[in-house]
Structures are given as C-alpha cells and as structure tokens.
Design a binder for this molecule. Structure first.
Ligand SMILES: Cc1cc2nc3c(=O)[nH]c(=O)nc-3n(C[C@H](O)[C@H](O)[C@H](O)COP(=O)(O)OP(=O)(O)OC[C@H]3O[C@@H](n4cnc5c(N)ncnc54)[C@H](O)[C@@H]3O)c2cc1C
Length: 247
C-alpha cells in the first residue's frame, strides 16, 4: 500500500491554458529518473489520485510535474487551479520501470515523446548516467502547437553542456514552425525524414524509449518493428521500451 507525503505548492507555471508545470515541496525521497508518483487531492466527491512522471532529476526536495489538463478529467483540472501554498499529497515510493537501468546498451538512444511524455526524459537528461552510457541521444518531442514545446531553455542548456551529444527534434503538427517537422512520428520514421533531420540512424543497434499517448506508441512501435527493432523485455532484451499514459 502506498504511503503519502504532504506536499505544498511552490509554483504553478502555466505554459498555456491546458498545460502547466506544478512544482511542489515535500520531505526528501528517493526515486530513479523516469519513475512516477501519484498525486492526490481530497474533494467533495472523495479522494482523487493519478500517476504523474517526475520531471526533475533525483536529489532535490522540490518535485516538478508537467501536466496536461483533461477538460472533463477528475484530477487534472483541480491540479491546474492550484496556487502557491496550496496542499496536496504525493505517493511513496516512486514506481515504474521506464528507467535507464532497464535499457540495454546501444549505438544511440532515442527518447521519443508526445505531449507531456517528455517529462521522464527531462529527468534523465539531468542525470550523469545517461551521458556516460550513450554517445548520441535523440530527444523527439511531438506536439500540436508551438506553445506545447516546453523546457526549451533546459534542453539548450544540456546541449551546451554536452556538445554534439544531444539532438533535439521538435515536431509540431498543427502549426508551421521553423526547425520543426510536421508529420506524425511513424510516418517520419517510415520515410527516414526523422533520422535524416536528427542525423542519426535508427536500426536494431539503437535503443528507443516511447512515452506519451497510446496511438503514438502503438503506431510508432509497429513502424519500429517493421525496421527490425523488438520490444525490450527483461527475459529477452530488445530495443523498444514503452510508457503509456492512458489506454
Ligand atoms: C505511469 C503514468 C504516468 C503519467 N504521467 C503523466 C504526466 O507526467 N503528465 C500528465 O499530464 N499525465 C500523466 N499521466 C496521465 C495521468 O495519470 C491522468 O490520467 C491524467 O492527468 C488525466 O487524469 P484526470 O483525472 O484529469 O482524467 P480522468 O478522469 O482520469 O480521465 C479522463 C480521460 O482522459 C484521457 N487522458 C488521460 N490522460 C490524458 C492526457 N495526459 N492527455 C489527454 N488525455 C488524457 C483518457 O482517455 C482518460 O480516460 C500518466 C499516467 C501514467 C499511467
């Protein structure tokens, strides 16, 4: 059974009306980059709790979450309204196997996300382990609008810190944006446009993590399998490791 830590809101940064970063303070706890916790609030309809990936890297007591407001959702609209000083609860321990320890070695590591699925990768980018293990890291972020391209300063900072190692490729599907691709990820992989834009190969010597919405994950996985990549299992190591945010 989960234990719960009290958390106080330090900041709620609204990137746009349906996307926000919630920063909370809790007692210190351990987690591995890529893991998630549950956030909980008590409401007139009872307790609401949902899973959220931790965006910050381990070692700090301020925890950050990137959250999309689901308009008819039970919890995310409530989290969106929180302001500094409000309280909520954070589950313990952090959970999940979407972590670098589960990823076999490879020639390069593709971190492919849609929407808020970039969260766990931001946590990984802040760890030493990632840069020690892979020479080339490709961060792909597919979103609808330019306003969804979050944490760009942080990503640029990492590119400057590790020259030539981090290839960042935004994909914006509903607006034109300089430097961004605009088609769906599976199509971009099928045609080779994504690999060409990132100047990285994507084959059975690559490791690929997929995080975000179910359609992106199902379709991208099928496309990767067509290229000869296979799902990564503990009992049978492969190339594709997945975290799906909803069904
Ligand atoms: C391991 C894990 C990690 C997660 N991490 C994050 C995260 O870092 N950030 C985040 O925003 N969400 C994340 N989610 C999704 C999150 O747990 C909730 O499902 C989401 O916030 C909706 O909750 P709700 O109570 O507002 O809506 P609900 O009433 O639970 O759901 C309404 C419906 O909205 C759809 N839905 C669920 N999540 C989303 C979404 N993100 N965008 C669009 N539609 C959605 C589903 O069809 C769902 O049935 C994660 C889920 C899992 C399983």
């Amino acid at each position: 059974m989960a234990n719960w830590l009290d958390a106080t809101v330090l900041e709620n940064k609204h990137w746009h009306p349906n996307l926000f970063s919630l920063k909370v303070k809790t007692a210190a706890f351990d987690f591995i980059a890529g893991q998630f916790v549950r956030l909980a609030m008590d409401t007139a309809d009872g307790r609401k709790q949902r899973a959220y990936s931790i965006v910050n890297s381990p070692g700090v007591t301020e925890q950050e979450f990137l959250i999309n407001t689901v308009p008819d959702g039970s919890l995310s609209p409530l989290l969106q309204q929180l302001t500094m000083g409000d309280t909520l609860q954070v589950s313990q321990p952090a959970s999940g196997f979407f972590i670098l320890d589960e990823i076999p070695d490879g020639d390069n590591l593709w971190l492919i996300s849609s929407g808020t699925g970039i969260g766990p990768y931001l946590s990984m980018l802040g760890t030493h382990n990632l840069w020690q293990r892979f020479e080339h890291i490709v961060l792909v972020h597919s979103v609808r609008t330019v306003a969804d391209l979050v944490y760009r300063d942080f990503i640029e900072q990492k590119q400057a810190q590790y020259p030539g190692m981090l290839h960042y490729q935004p994909i914006v599907t509903r607006e034109a944006h300089s430097g961004a691709l605009s088609k769906r990820i599976p199509e971009l992989i099928r045609t080779g446009e994504l690999q060409a834009a990132c100047k990285q190969k994507l084959d059975n010597r690559s490791q690929v993590m997929l995080c975000g919405n179910p359609a992106m994950i199902t379709d991208t996985r099928a496309q990767l399998e067509a290229l000869g990549l296979i799902k990564n299992l503990r009992r049978k190591p492969g190339n594709i490791t997945v975290e799906q945010y909803w069904k």
